[in-house]
Write a protein that binds this ligand. Sequence first.
Ligand code: G4P
Length: 571
Amino acid sequence: TGPDAPTTPDAAAPAEVRARPAEVTREAARRRTFAVISHPDAGKSTLTEALALHARVISEAGAVHGKAGRRSTVSDWMEMERARGISITSAALQFEYDAHVVNLVDTPGHADFSEDTYRVLSAVDAAVMLVDAAKGLEPQTLKLFRVCKHRGLPVITVINKWDRPGLDALELMDQIQEQIGLRPTPLTWPVGIAGDFRGVLDRSTGDLVAYTRTAGGATRAPEEHLPAAAAAQREGTAWDDAVEEHELLSADGADHDQDAFLAGVTTPVIFASAILNFGVATLLNTLIELSPPPLPFTVVDPDAGSAPRGAGTPTDAAVAAADAATAPARTRPVEAPFSAFVFKVQAGMDTAHRDRLAFARVCSGVFHRGMVVTHAQTGRPFATKYAQAMFGRERAVLDLAYPGDIIGLVNANALTVGDTIYLDEPVTFPPIASFAPEHFAVVRAVDSGRYKQFRRGIEQLDSEGVVQVLRSDLRGVQAPVLAAVGPMQFEVATSRMQGEFNAAVRLEELSYTQARRTDAASAAELDRLRGVEVLQRSDGSLLALALDKWRVHSVHRDHPHLTLESLVAGE
Ligand code: G4P
């Protein structure tokens, strides 16, 4: 039996596991759960390795991500991922550091998988925004940052690759201020220009933190702390320049302010070189000292009209959002009995065990493997005997988890993205906002004799959120429409239909680029308009697809009584 073999289930959770509020308070307080957001190639995988290395989870950089020429790949699991060198799936990495428990929730870097990233961002308490020193802010960074802002997530910025020629440090600060409207408050300031990374000025102590290169950045980089006088003597004008700019920043009010950081007004900035392990310890310390521990999550208020959804009748994200806007938000204290919500569902992690894994973020209480929880959406019991902590492909059995932790639930066939599970005290968390698809394709089974496999596969991909599935009477059950945020989602769907469900499919791309929410009253009339088609999503909502934005505008103008609403909350 390998690491995937299910272990013997425990008996149900003992009663004392349920009622230890002081322990939950303590455990929650020492947890930090965050995600790294960045444009592809900014160095996210390298930074993940470096963080794990610093926490001594792995002894040598390369064990987590396994770039070409280094050790085996752990966090990438699909053939496609390996072929493309990108990370499509999410995995969570947990490690202890300085008496704290750090949960790093991995996000896919490719723009096409942004929807997955958005879901991950609903499960974390802070984000680290990784910026390539030479490229500055890039489109994907900006897009992801806007989601953080919408979620109210505090953001720590890391300027990476300072070992290579890049932009001027002050110019990078200007970009952050101007392009994302966050006030940068550097915690460290580089000594030496980009490409000549000697160390940083620690702005809280005024000391120089000097870094020493190690062979290939493969071990922890030694740090040396020198007081200002010694630093000036050693680094000369590079030190003087850093001091001058540091003073300029202070005069400009760019010093760290914890309240402003937590309120999303400022972002602490750290200069680093992930590949050389420079600045990585500073990042870990910053996460522990500044980023927030798990806080109470907002819940759907059962008295406010948006009742928890029953099976097959999902609550509309927009309704929940509107309710949240009018009523004071109710929250679930972290000490309340166990509760968690599913932010990611995945199948085919291992072709030998065709299981379905749901990733859930613990919001309150203690999770104890073996406890039987309630699935809020159906009211049915769900046994958690096979809960596992995930670390790339490696699975370790997870016995206990606290608020902020990510649990992987095996055999989670009933669980869908956004679902809530709880113990004792009922609760439902609001659904995770989904994002507006911009790519649409009709999907058909190549071999019509394999319709059963086809249907099962499409249902599976739909419930995992790999693609959205839209249907209409007109198109019929044999030819549903797949909707995606990016076209690579179609490639994943096609490859999995063939490989996992043995049902090869043919896609025929449609020329629609826009999707809007509509209602039954408007559907028939919209369907008669040229360049518009109404389909039903599996969550029951009606979507009107249109060729382009111009078509949406003209429908709004010529038929103002018809409902066409944006799918994206806050837009
Ligand atoms: P991603 O996950 O955000 O897509 O980025 P990844 O870590 O894969 O890094 C992208 C490239 O940038 C890699 O080079 C990596 O080595 C390099 N890189 C990451 N951090 C730093 C840094 O601090 N300094 C420098 N100079 N380079 C950095 P590659 O050529 O694509 O891969 P490899 O052959 O080097 O492994």
